[in-house]
Design a protein around this ligand. Structure first.
Ligand code: ZN
Length: 68
C-alpha cells in the first residue's frame, strides 16, 4: 500500500490518499491537484517532490492504531 500526504510535498493542505500502486496513487494526486489546487498539469518539479513523498504504508501500522 502506498500513501501520500499533500503536506509532505510542501503543500499547505491536509489531503492524503492511499492506493495499491504508485501509478494509481499518482492518478488520484493529479485529480486532487486539478480540483483542489487548480493545477491543470502538475509541474515536473512537483511530480518529483510527490514521488519522493510517496511511501509504503503497512497494515500493521493501522492495526496498532486501532488497538491503541
Ligand atoms: Zn492538496
Amino acid at each position: 500500500m502506498k500513501s501520500f500526504k499533500c503536506r509532505d510535498a510542501g503543500v499547505n493542505c491536509d489531503w492524503q490518499a492511499r492506493a495499491e500502486t504508485t501509478e494509481q496513487l499518482m492518478t488520484r494526486i493529479e485529480e486532487h491537484g486539478k480540483k483542489a489546487h487548480k493545477m491543470a498539469v502538475l509541474p515536473k518539479e512537483l511530480r518529483d517532490k510527490i514521488q519522493s513523498a510517496i511511501h509504503e504504508t503497512s497494515l500493521t501500522e493501522d492495526k496498532s492504531k486501532a488497538i491503541a
